[in-house]
Design a protein around this ligand. Structure first.
Ligand code: NAG
Length: 516
């Protein structure tokens, strides 16, 4: 007993840090992004730290030891952009990328210009660590640099071209699919080629369009002799929103930590009307939501009619997140402007989830074991649904191909073929079977970085090499040159020898001829 107590005490002193000051940078006005940041910030407050959060959604009422630095005005700018999100499905990769990078530049610039942020920068405050949501906003790393604090990034998606580059994480195109496509880890020759080319284009766009823009913004607002790249390739850790239960098992350097699933909270009590709706649905319930950024109300009338017709034919009740009123809904379809998605998915009567395949939604539905009919639109959604199909718990129904028949088929498949449910239950068990709860893991790593004032011990030596050295292009080039030279030398020597022999032969021949 005594020994146990001593161990406990020792662990206490070794494993906790005094109350630390933590700055969060999360200006992106999208709930799917802020959810991740808020969950971690709140957890750190509950464990005795003081957090300051640059964000567009200030807390009302305020939370003790949680200070908002509001960039609320960004919501107006981004809500305008969100109206066009559904169009991105048809737009090409280049168009999508250009729009994303413009937005990233605008958000970084407007955040650094914001007067609350400027006040914070000139406040003389100190922070032990800076945690930033990393989403095409590299220039904001200047804030971490300004406070001379180690930086942790939260990637709202799985590790990707950007995160891999910052950490020198190996991601061979042969089996690591880019997040913007619909490939899975198993690709045939042509898919691997396409994957490689897409990745190369993305790398080029990052280097020639995105980073130059961010470097300029960094220099405009941050008073320093350093460049953005000095700070960018000095990030301590990246939290990737992934886990093998939902994404492919991929190589990860030790400075990329998977925290996928950490935003899930224990189910809360449902409002009475929803509770009785779910309890009384004897044939089960289909949950339908396009997430918080896409809006069901923005779907075209054609698509809406197809959806309503197909949904009217299932025997299940349907709960649809629809942001306005909707006339003539079939009797089994209930629309609601907002839904407590996690708490509904936790209800045992939910049989299927019609979803855009956003990462948070995918994680939540895997956690609760509800199979998916996916309607992916943009970003990593196609990739998420492709992985879900590969793992046997989803059917994909792209908007561009949607018809009543196809949708009815998809619904019937997911509702009545038990393999989808069985497969997602397997994934659900995997998600819950880990050495530490993901939120505990995230807290541990934040405190680890505070304790050690950064994480240089995790830094990959690959970061000290040029990209062509890291990819061994210089070695292959050198070896090619050497073998070419050797072949050439050999060829010349052989030619000489052959010539010599021939000459001698000819000489001998002519001699013998003469002798005759
Ligand atoms: C890199 O990070 C470490 C630890 O956080 C810090 O001490 C160092 O000053 C940083 N270097 C640059 C160039 O920012």
């Amino acid at each position: 007993m005594k020994g146990y107590l001593i161990v406990l005490l020792l662990c206490g002193t070794l494993w906790t840090v005094e109350s630390s000051k933590i700055l969060f940078i999360a200006p992106m006005p999208a709930h799917s992004h802020f959810t991740l940041v808020f969950r971690l910030a709140k957890e750190l407050v509950d464990r005795g730290h003081q957090v300051t959060v640059i964000n567009p959604y200030p807390q009302k009422p305020s939370i003790k030891n949680y200070t908002d630095v509001s960039v609320e005005e960004l919501t107006v700018y981004v809500e305008e952009l969100k109206k066009n999100l559904l169009k991105l499905e048809k737009g090409g990769m280049i168009q999508t990328m250009t729009e994303m990078f413009n937005m990233g530049g605008e958000i970084a610039d407007r955040t650094l210009k914001n007067e609350n942020v400027q006040k914070l920068l000139h406040s003389g405050e100190n922070f032990d660590v800076v945690v930033m949501e990393y989403f095409i906003n590299d220039a904001l790393l200047g804030i971490g640099h300004h406070f001379k604090a180690p930086v942790i990034l939260i990637s709202p998606i799985a590790t990707n071209g950007f995160a891999n580059f910052i950490m020198a994480n190996p991601a061979p195109s042969s089996y690591v699919p880019t997040l913007s496509g619909a490939f899975t880890k198993h690709m045939n020759f042509w898919q691997r080629l396409q994957n490689f080319l897409v990745r190369t284009v993305l790398d080029l766009v990052r280097e020639t369009i995105h980073l130059p823009k961010q470097r300029k913004i960094f220099k405009k607002y941050i008073d320093t002799d350093l460049e953005l790249d000095d700070v960018l390739y000095n990030v301590s850790l990246i939290f990737a929103n992934s886990h093998v239960s939902i994404s492919d098992p991929l190589p990860l350097v030790p400075s990329i930590i998977e925290i996928g699933g950490y935003h899930i909270s224990p189910p809360k009590k449902l409002p009475d009307d929803l509770q009785s709706f779910l309890d009384n649905a004897k044939d089960g319930v289909i949950l339908f939501s396009m997430g918080s950024n896409l809006k069901s109300k923005d779907l075209s009338e054609d698509v809406r009619n197809i959806l309503l017709k197909a949904l009217s034919k299932v025997k299940q009740q349907v709960l649809w997140k629809f942001e306005t009123d909707l006339a003539d809904t079939p009797p089994n379809v209930k629309i609601m402007k907002w839904l407590p998605q996690q708490d509904i998915l936790a209800h045992p009567n939910v049989r299927a989830f019609i979803s855009h395949g956003g990462l948070l939604s995918t994680i939540e539905t895997v956690y609760h074991g509800v199979p998916i009919v996916g309607i992916p639109v943009f970003g990593d959604q196609k990739n998420n649904i492709a992985a879900a199909m590969n793992n046997g718990f989803a059917v994909s129904m792209p908007l561009a191909e949607i018809t009543e028949e196809k949708l009815s088929w998809a619904l019937n498949e997911v509702l009545n073929n038990p393999t989808y449910r069985e497969n997602i239950q397997i994934r659900s068990k995997l998600m819950k079977d880990r050495p530490l709860k993901p939120i505990d893991s995230a807290v541990y790593w934040v405190e680890h970085v505070i304790r050690h004032k950064g994480a240089p011990h995790l830094r990959s030596a690959g970061l000290d090499l040029k990209w062509y050295q890291r990819e061994m292009i210089d070695l292959f080039g050198f070896l090619t040159l050497v073998s070419l030279t050797m072949s050439l030398v050999l060829y010349i020597i052989l030619k000489k020898i052959v010539k010599c022999i021939c000459k001698k032969k000819v000489a001998r021949l002519s001699k013998t001829k003469k002798n005759k």
